[in-house]
Ligand binder design. Structure first.
Ligand SMILES: Nc1nc2c(ncn2[C@@H]2O[C@H](COP(=O)(O)OP(=O)(O)OP(=O)(O)O)[C@@H](O)[C@H]2O)c(=O)[nH]1
Ligand SMILES: [Mg+2]
Ligand SMILES: [Zn+2]
Ligand SMILES: [Zn+2]
Length: 385
């Protein structure tokens, strides 16, 4: 029997235990207490929830329980729910691999813009180069991605709003689920966009951002515009206000502590989850970095992860961090994480100018960290370059 781990409450259960939600608008609409409980939602009528009553022995053997008949109206429904929290599971949950990708980092480091431009790149050029097909799973994901990410940035050409803490906005705790079709197989990717606000304390992180510990890969954004040595070299009008809570060094330490707590790591055990440490907003750095910098060209991953190119970015970013932060960040990372890589990206391609509409969105290297994680998960090949 296939096991499913719910990407909302992280309980694991057999696929025969799933419940269903009736999709017939004329069937009974009822308050779903279990759904509301985990989400601090006000009562609203939703489709009737029912169990798949004793599927026949034969049908169990021949096919997984994809759909079941409603006990009230007899209409078939394929909306499968986690039995513990009533999260709507993706179609193939339990049959294809699920990977959780957590995007974390302090307030205003650029996580929201990153996810939006990454998905857009994956749907376009990168998708073509790798023969990927990306699709969204479920109405919640489609609506949220359109309303909070794609719509504002690409249709209305506006900057995104700060993400609300998961303690007041429960959707922050929910993943956006994508299906990625690769050349030979398909996987579900659950993207979690965290609120920088929730990264400020270990207790909040461990309750509101528990998914981090279940992640198969972490994209950790660092804002270079919060690094003092960088601020001194750049014109003031492109600098965001100082925010000590976005300080990368402290958030990296909290991430480490989170793993120690959750998995009882000893101080000498490294975190083994792949973590891409990603310098965001590198567009703003172009005036002060080397003219031969790798950040001025593209990653050239034509169907496989370009390791040589990634290595040159890694070394370059390591060097910058070393000279700006004096080694405390890079040394801490080296001592505490065993699979990590440095990257540099820009989602917008140029510093946004105040309240105006964005003229263009031309991302730099946003796919690099993501492709590296897929490579770490053995989903895409690497090439020496
Ligand atoms: N120069 C430059 N600025 C950027 C870029 N991406 C984001 N920003 C700026 O950073 C601000 C914050 O970006 P968000 O993506 O909302 O940051 P976040 O990490 O999601 O922040 P929280 O939701 O508060 O955790 C934006 O309003 C932009 O002003 C970029 O690629 N280049
Ligand atoms: Mg955000
Ligand atoms: Zn659940
Ligand atoms: Zn019904």
């Amino acid at each position: 029997m296939a096991k499913i781990t719910c990407p909302f409450c992280f309980e694991t259960f057999g696929s025969d235990k799933v419940k269903f939600r009736c999709g017939n608008p004329r069937c009974k609409q009822e308050e779903d207490k279990i759904y509301n409980e985990g989400r601090d939602k006000r009562a609203r009528a939703m489709g009737h929830v029912f169990e798949n009553k004793a599927p026949s022995f034969l049908s169990r053997l021949t096919r997984p329980t994809h759909a079941a008949r409603c006990d009230l109206c007899a209409r078939e429904s394929d909306k499968r729910l986690c039995p513990h929290c009533h999260f709507e599971l993706s179609h193939m949950a339990g049959q294809i691999d699920d990977h959780i990708i957590a995007i974390i980092g302090g307030r205003g480091t650029g996580k929201g813009h990153y996810i939006t431009t990454l998905v857009n790149r994956l749907e376009q050029e990168v998708g073509m180069q790798f023969n990927f097909a990306l699709s969204m799973q479920g109405d919640e994901t489609r609506k949220r991605f359109e309303d909070d990410y794609y719509g504002p940035l690409f249709r209305r050409k506006r900057l995104l709003q700060p993400t609300q803490s998961a303690s007041i906005e429960s959707s922050t705790k929910s993943p956006m689920v994508f299906r990625l079709k690769l050349q030979r197989n398909a996987v579900n990717l659950s993207f979690f966009d965290s609120a920088g606000e929730d990264m400020q304390s270990l207790d909040v992180m461990s309750t509101e951002a528990r998914y981090i510990c279940f992640a198969g890969g972490i994209i950790f954004l660092l804002d270079p515009l919060q690094i003092e040595a960088v601020r001194q070299q750049l014109p003031e009008d492109i600098l965001p206000p100082r925010d000590p809570s976005a300080e990368p060094f402290y958030i990296v330490q909290r991430l480490r502590e989170l793993y120690e707590r959750q998995f009882r790591l000893r101080p000498t055990d490294p975190v083994k989850t792949p973590v891409g440490f990603v310098l965001s907003k590198v567009d703003a750095l172009l005036p002060i970095i080397d003219s031969g910098s790798a950040l001025r060209r593209t990653g050239e991953h034509f169907g496989s992860f370009n390791r040589a190119d990634a290595q040159s970015v890694h070394t370059e970013i390591w060097n910058y961090l070393q000279s700006w932060e004096g080694g405390r960040l890079t040394n801490f990372i080296k001592a505490n994480f065993s699979r990590y890589h440095y990257f540099g990206i820009s989602s917008l391609g140029r510093p946004p100018s105040g309240i105006d509409k964005l003229e263009t969105v031309s991302p730099i290297r946003v796919e690099d960290p993501f492709l590296w994680i897929l490579h770490q998960l053995n989903l895409v090949k690497g090439m020496k370059g």
